[in-house]
Design a protein around this ligand. Structure first.
Ligand code: BES
Ligand code: MN
Ligand code: ZN
Length: 515
């Protein structure tokens, strides 16, 4: 979608749908909303007086003015924004998203939003968040639906056969009406656009099914990002993984006919010779569990097991587009976890790239294996200043934190604090779990250096504990995104499916580091 700024009052132009935010309580309407109410001859004030609109977050009220523009009445939408005192950047994201979804419901492709800048006291952030909310809300995964090439949906062959109702067209243009410092607003626009485009790329990759988003496909997408933004790309295939002695990735991929890839992208936006920061994402393109097979019910969701890798590629897209002044290296180990006569078996002992041997008790604990080799590779090659990995790693994380926070664990309190702060800014939150030495005992193996599972207790902690064995003394933190990367919508800019989480968190953190 296109997002534009209008440094002017919205009612002057010919915008066909304009949304205004109204906070909870009985405070008088602000300038632009008061004007809108005036055009409506006080219809909205009367709705408020009747108690039908209190400004709560779930409320909206839609009116039609008779200041007819080109034969169509103008639509004026009031959105409840909750208590003014609670307003933050997420309020802005949600307002823009709700305006876009209202437009979508009305089959309109253009919408304007009056951004209530005053409440945030930070024009750049308010604009960035509004752009993000709008552009994230407009995105949908339609590329595999017949007729999706027709934006009106009218000639959809599926629809003609009565298979699916015609989809409403996607909203193509969002006009944000802003006041105040133009330069700050333009900066917010640029950042918001790039962050949303990055997250939307992550979502698209997540939603692509396992037969489309193969390891090879992820590598192709990474290569095209490199071509577009000038990253250095290194893509390792089976022979190179063998040469690197990446026994853990090779063990996970053994049961599959799809070739694995280790994807490495380098962005050099910082000082030459400065060690990079590293983003590592689990790119498991389909997780059957392997010989320790998962139950059939819901297994289709395991196409999302590459969500960490998708977020890392999405973040790199934004980093490239913004020319972020930092050195960043991205690593995505990509593999399937399938079943065949060649598959790794429970009890098999493998040798990781780092030299440590692992007893594979459960072939479904494969994410930590591919990450182990990726982490040791990035540590040895790049000596990163800090490493952040993200992975749909454990079902236990969903039990611990549900769908509203990722777990964060690592070996550096300051890094963990930075990630928590970045998550708060992005509204992609994470919450710490302890990574104490006592948990290491659960990974002790009779026959190898360690085993790949630590039993039921503290499953998220023991998984992170396993990863910690492969980062040497690097500053490192891990985000378990099993409960947050995809699923039911949790915000008005989500749809059911891939959420792109934690693309924005990573980007806020990288920007923070870049200074
Ligand atoms: N990809 C799964 C984790 C997962 C589960 C992600 C549910 C999203 C939703 C991972 O590879 C896995 O299977 N983990 C096992 C580990 C266990 C065998 C120690 C799990 O969590 O059950
Ligand atoms: Mn698994
Ligand atoms: Zn997995």
């Amino acid at each position: 979608m296109q997002v534009k700024l209008l440094h002017d009052e919205p009612l002057a132009g010919s915008l066909p749908l304009i949304a205004f935010a109204v906070f909870e309580g009985n405070e008088p309407l602000d300038g632009p909303s008061a004007q809108a109410d005036e055009i409506l001859d006080g219809d909205f004030s009367r709705a408020r007086a009747a108690g039908d609109f209190r400004g709560r977050e779930e409320e909206f009220a839609l009116f039609y003015s008779d200041d007819v523009e080109g034969g169509t009445p103008r639509r004026i939408l009031f959105l409840g924004a909750g208590p003014r005192g609670d307003a933050d950047s997420e309020t802005m994201r949600k307002l823009a998203a709700r305006a876009v979804r209202r437009a979508e419901a009305l089959h309109m492709t253009r919408v304007a939003v009056q951004v209530p800048l005053a409440v945030l006291d930070d024009v750049e952030l308010a604009v960035q968040a509004s752009v993000e909310g709008g552009a994230l809300a407009a995105w949908d995964f339609r590329e595999l639906k017949s007729g999706s090439e027709d934006p009106t949906g009218e000639r959809s062959p599926g629809a003609l056969r009565g298979i699916s109702p015609p989809a409403s067209p996607l909203v193509e243009e969002l006009v944000l009406c802003v006041t105040g410092d133009r330069e700050l607003a333009e900066r917010g626009l640029r950042t918001g656009r790039a962050f949303a485009a990055g997250e939307n790329l992550a979502r698209t990759l997540q939603c692509r099914p396992g037969n489309v988003a193969t390891p090879e496909h992820l590598a192709e997408v990474a290569q095209s990002l490199a071509d577009e933004y000038g990253f250095d790309a290194t893509i390792l295939g089976p022979a190179e993984l063998e040469a690197e002695a990446m026994g853990a990735i090779l063990a996970v991929t053994a049961g599959s006919t799809q070739e694995p890839r280790l994807i490495v992208l380098e962005h050099r936006g910082g000082r030459e010779g400065d060690p990079p920061i590293a983003l590592v994402g689990k790119g498991l393109t389909f997780d059957t569990g392997g010989i320790s097979i998962k139950p059939a019910s819901g297994m289709e969701d395991m196409k999302y097991d590459m969500s960490g890798g998708a977020a890392v590629l999405g973040a790199m897209r934004a980093i490239g587009e913004l020319g972020t002044p930092a050195n960043v290296v991205a690593v995505v180990p990509a593999s399937e976890n399938l079943i065949s006569g060649r598959a790794t078996k429970p009890g098999d002992i493998i040798r990781t790239r780092a030299g440590k041997t692992v007893e594979v008790i459960n072939t479904d604990a494969e994410g930590r294996l591919i990450l182990a080799d990726a982490l040791s590779y990035v540590v040895d090659r790049y000596h990163p200043r800090a490493i952040v990995d993200c992975a749909t790693l454990t079902g236990a994380c969903v039990i611990a934190l549900g769908n509203h926070a990722a777990a964060v664990l690592g070996n550096d309190e300051k890094l963990i604090d930075e990630l928590r702060a970045a998550g708060d800014r992005a509204a992609e939150r994470c919450w710490p779990l302890p990574l104490w030495k006592v948990y290491r005992k659960q990974l002790e193996s009779e026959a190898a250096d360690l085993k790949n599972v630590g039993g039921r207790p503290a499953g998220t902690v023991t998984a992170a504990c396993f990863l910690s064995e492969f980062v040497g003394d690097s500053t490192w933190a891990h985000l378990d995104i099993a409960g947050t990367a995809y699923g039911e919508p949790r915000a008005p800019y989500h749809r059911k499916g891939g959420h792109g989480f934690p693309t924005r968190l990573l980007l806020e953190w990288v920007r923070d580091r870049a200074g």
